[in-house]
Design a protein around this ligand. Structure first.
Ligand code: URA
Length: 431
């Protein structure tokens, strides 16, 4: 059958800064998924989009075409409404772990279809797989059962959702076209809209450990995603949150599970608790629950009960000991003063080099690898005091991890300015 459009014409349209028509977008995404448009042609188009952008209508159509490339899910048969969260990814970002059970405790279902990590940000499934017995791959039927009771599920996203995005994302990764607002927004939102959640809260990270290094870029990305969700009928709101320094005090798979359990036991670092509560309140409010005392549910063990049920429902033992790395190496302070800078990217890359993350998607991760932060930005430190403990199964990984950490922290005589809140802004639907 003759093709409706020609890839070269579509590329030329965007190369020359013109608007792509609805027909061109629908065709190019479909033809790329079918293999009629070649990788090198899509790479050229992605670069033209990177350089010349897309307007709101083009982004919405591009997103819809990616949704239409695969199957969609529906949670309409559930007895409760759904609220989901998506984070654009950061260092030490384990928030999904305490958040999903916390929200489910208040009767709202949380379907967290998650992925594995690539590069310096960790993947939620990699973290949970550190728990002995826990299984990421479950059937749709089992997922629906767990969403009724205990009400939250964190599992692998099926390969049928937005397959065009899967192919395009892999191509963007190797053609330097990832950090482009229209392409990031359509990539994330195509998967979230296809997944069918009724309510969605986006955690858009800002800072060295995030895609978006400055707040104006992050605001533009958040607004684009909120508008896409809203136009598609998904009740969507975004928080912009700080990722200039790691979240919490533990980075790495089993280490982050450990810290999440501390939060669920009513303790844990202040910033992790603050963000968990802020996102839970947004998810619940979006679902129409306005009187939930989420802080109390962390303190009194209700959220912990839901967590244990959620882990058991997928074969995991929530009380089992977590894997530990074979070797540790501690870095101490070389002067008295304040830890005035602790860079998220430096810590993320160091943790990745210790074995907590993967370089290629086929690689395995080390569950016990990562970094414990004995001091965080703003803390007073004394010479000789332990600052960080590095964990890895392979001792020869320490040198490269230390290289990354080296330029990533500063001890100064003066205390740095205190961060008021990890939440920097809130973005709702525009016009
Ligand atoms: N996450 C995605 O799923 N897609 C992007 O483009 C960037 C982050």
């Amino acid at each position: 059958m003759a093709e409706k459009f020609d890839a070269v014409d579509v590329i030329r349209t965007k190369r020359d800064g013109q608007k792509l028509s609805r027909g061109q977008i629908d065709w190019v995404i479909d033809a790329y998924t079918r293999g009629t448009v070649a990788d090198e042609q899509m790479a050229a188009l992605a670069m033209a989009i990177f350089l010349n952008g897309m307007d709101r209508e083009e982004i919405a159509q591009w997103t819809q075409a990616m949704i239409d490339s695969g199957e969609t899910m529906s949670f309409d048969s559930l007895s409760r409404t759904t609220s989901d969260k998506h984070s654009t990814g950061g260092v030490g970002d384990k928030i999904t772990l305490p958040l999903a059970p916390l929200v489910a405790t208040f009767g709202v279902a949380v379907p967290q279809l998650s992925g594995r990590g690539l590069g310096h940000t960790g993947g939620t499934l990699d973290k949970l797989e550190a728990i002995p017995g826990w299984e990421a791959n479950i059937s749709n039927e089992r997922m629906m059962e767990i969403l009724e009771d205990p009400g939250c599920v964190i599992c692998a996203a099926g390969s049928g959702l937005a397959p065009a995005d899967k192919k395009l994302y892999a191509l963007r990764d190797i053609t330097s076209t990832v950090d482009c607002i229209p392409l990031i927004a359509s990539s994330i939102m195509s998967k979230k809209i296809a997944e069918g959640t009724a309510n969605l809260v986006l955690d858009v990270k800002v800072g060295s450990g995030a895609f978006m290094k400055d707040i104006d870029q992050a605001r533009a990305l958040a607004q684009t995603m909120v508008d896409l969700g809203t136009d598609a009928g998904t009740n969507t709101v975004a928080l912009l949150t700080d990722m200039s320094t790691p979240l919490g005090r533990k980075v790495g798979n089993a280490l982050e599970v450990e810290e999440s359990v501390e939060v669920l036991a009513g303790g844990g670092p202040e910033d992790v608790v603050e963000l968990t509560v802020a996102l839970a309140n947004e998810m619940l409010e979006a679902a129409g629950v306005t009187d939930a005392d989420t802080e109390a549910a962390l303190k009194d063990g209700r959220a912990m009960d839901t967590w244990k049920k959620m882990i058991r429902a997928q074969g995991g033992d929530p009380d089992a000991e977590l894997p530990k790395a074979a070797h540790t190496h501690t870095v101490t302070a070389d002067a008295d003063g304040y830890l005035s800078e602790l860079d998220a990217l430096a810590v993320g890359v160091a943790s990745w080099r210790l074995g907590a993350g993967r370089a290629r998607k086929e690689d395995a991760v080390q569950f016990g690898a990562g970094i414990e932060l004995h001091a965080v930005r703003g803390d007073k430190v004394a010479a000789g005091q332990p600052l960080f403990t590095l964990h890895s199964d392979e001792e020869d990984r320490f040198a490269r991890a230390l290289e990354s950490l080296d330029g990533g922290y500063t001890i100064a005589a003066e205390a740095p300015e205190r961060r008021e809140s990890v939440v920097l802004d809130r973005i709702t639907a525009g016009n």
